[in-house]
Design a protein around this ligand. Structure first.
Ligand SMILES: [Fe+2]
Length: 484
């Protein structure tokens, strides 16, 4: 056993740009003094962390950032919130107007439309239950408010009604009462994404790998397994893109007592460690990364890309693309192929909807992240209810709107592998590389650790790879689960 503490050795190596991977730590197990450690570092300074698959015959990946938030420094005022909600309403009502809505009118005019069939578009201001068990909504547009009754006797409609949340924008078709102050709903329509989306396939060979929640810098980070993952990704010639959906580092001050659970105490050290891992990945692989709630950027969404003070060297890596959460990137575009659009969102609002939407809660809540993602696509928004996530209003546009329909919608945060599909959009919640966290146990979730999702872009075959090593074993149980 060395007399130097593991923490000291790890710090020492990171400062000298040497990745403290298990194989290196194994080599220095017998070192007892700082001088011996210096000697070891000198000898290993030229160790090449990067790997270059020079015989790669696959065409190089292409990434275009379609939408990524850039911080807009401005003192926020009440009027900014109003503008923010007005902008959101305008975008969602434009989507809803493209649907077949008979006698569409503004709420102000309803008072004159007694006993008439009408359609309106509004934001849900209130939601409650009448004493007879019907749902009573209050909808608002820019001209006024109106009460909308959803009868418990219309079971399909009632089912949609009970899953509506505050502030979402919907269209309602129905009949006005004789006094012109209540609308009896016959149809409830979400903005939704169109049906009939064709599953795109690339003309070139290549694949994309999705993962998230590395939590580098945590004592419980699966270093050996992550090393195996990097070795695998470098040896797989087809991989052109790696997408990481946030929580790349463990962060500091995220929860009480976290300082006892980190192997690197500062964000600078944690991001240096991340850089060393990224440098080990083949330069031919384009790495797209958005932040999560552990990554030292503001919690309020949209979260801008990583703080420049921690990632200067990562930013300079030509194969690394840093984007915001949420963001949209396009990959694999050619002259004859429009490429795939990926919506990246770390997923801070996922727990709220897993818990608050009855239909999702009853089917497993956060365990069914794919249902929450479907819910967002139907609402065309990543956090429709005020208060479901922290956000900073932006008068330019609401960055949490889903304006462009993606081909892949990827989230993290939940530390579970969940695959789904909705109207041609592939829904992916990705795995984590850290042992069960306090957050996980709070939600009673068992994490699926050390998995990666690989999708062949030419065939759209999807596989889950498992890099979790068996207890007391060095071998990786790298099973491949093919999802049809
Ligand atoms: Fe996480």
């Amino acid at each position: 056993m060395t007399e130097l503490s593991k923490e000291l050795i790890v710090k020492f190596l990171i400062k000298r740009n040497i990745l403290p991977i298990p194989s290196i730590l194994e080599q220095i197990k017998q070192i007892k003094t700082v001088d011996e450690l210096e000697e070891f570092v000198k000898k290993n300074r030229n160790v090449e962390n990067g790997v270059d698959n020079s015989d790669l015959t696959i065409k190089e990946g292409r990434v275009e950032v379609i939408s990524s938030y850039e911080e807009h420094v401005k003192k926020r005022e009440i009027s900014d919130f109003i503008t923010h909600y007005n902008n959101r309403f305008k975008t969602l009502s434009t989507i809803l107007r493209s649907r077949d809505l008979d006698n569409l009118t503004s709420i102000r005019r309803l008072a004159d439309m007694k006993n008439e069939d009408v359609s309106i578009i509004g934001m849900i201001w209130e939601k409650g239950e009448t004493k007879n068990g019907h749902i009573m909504l209050e909808l608002e547009d820019r001209t006024g408010k109106i009460k909308v009754l959803i009868s418990k006797n219309k079971s399909d409609l009632f089912e949609i009604g009970r899953n509506l949340v505050f502030d979402e924008v919907i269209a309602v078709s129905g009949r006005m009462n004789k006094d012109g102050d209540l609308l009896f709903a016959n149809d409830l329509i979400y903005p939704d994404i169109p049906m009939g989306k064709i599953l795109k396939k690339s003309q070139e060979e290549g694949s994309v790998v999705f993962t998230s929640d590395l939590h580098i810098g945590s004592k419980y980070f699966y270093a050996k397994e992550f090393e195996s993952f990097i070795n695998w990704i470098n040896s797989n010639k087809k991989v052109k893109y790696l997408v990481i959906a946030g929580d790349v580092v463990e962060g500091v001050g995220i929860f009480p007592g976290q300082e006892k659970e980190v192997s690197c105490a500062t964000l600078t050290e944690q991001f240096t460690l991340l850089k060393l891992y990224l440098e080990k990945i083949s330069k031919k692989i384009k790495i797209i990364i958005c932040p999560g709630n552990h990554d030292g950027v503001r919690l309020a969404e949209p979260q801008p890309p990583f703080n420049p003070k921690y990632i200067k060297e990562i930013k300079d890596m030509p194969n690394v693309i840093l984007v915001s959460s949420p963001s949209i990137v396009n990959i694999d575009k050619t002259e004859n192929f429009e490429g795939f659009n990926i919506l990246l969102y770390h997923g801070f609002s996922l727990p709220y909807y897993g818990d608050k939407v009855p239909e999702i809660r009853e089917q497993g809540g956060l365990e069914k992240t794919d249902l929450v993602m479907k819910y967002f696509l139907q609402r065309r928004h990543l956090a429709p209810s005020h208060g479901s996530t922290q956000f900073i209003p932006d008068i330019r546009k609401d960055f949490l709107l889903i304006e462009k329909v993606p081909d892949f919608f990827v989230t993290g945060h939940v530390h579970k592998i969940i695959i789904g599909e909705y109207r041609g959009v592939t829904l992916l919640n990705t795995s984590a590389w850290v042992k069960e966290t306090e957050y996980q146990s709070r939600f009673g979730l068992k994490p699926d650790n050390c998995r990666a999702i690989i999708i062949d872009l030419k065939t759209r075959d999807l596989k889950i790879l498992n890099f979790l090593k068996e207890e007391n074993s060095n071998s990786t149980n790298q099973e491949e689960i093919k999802i049809e």
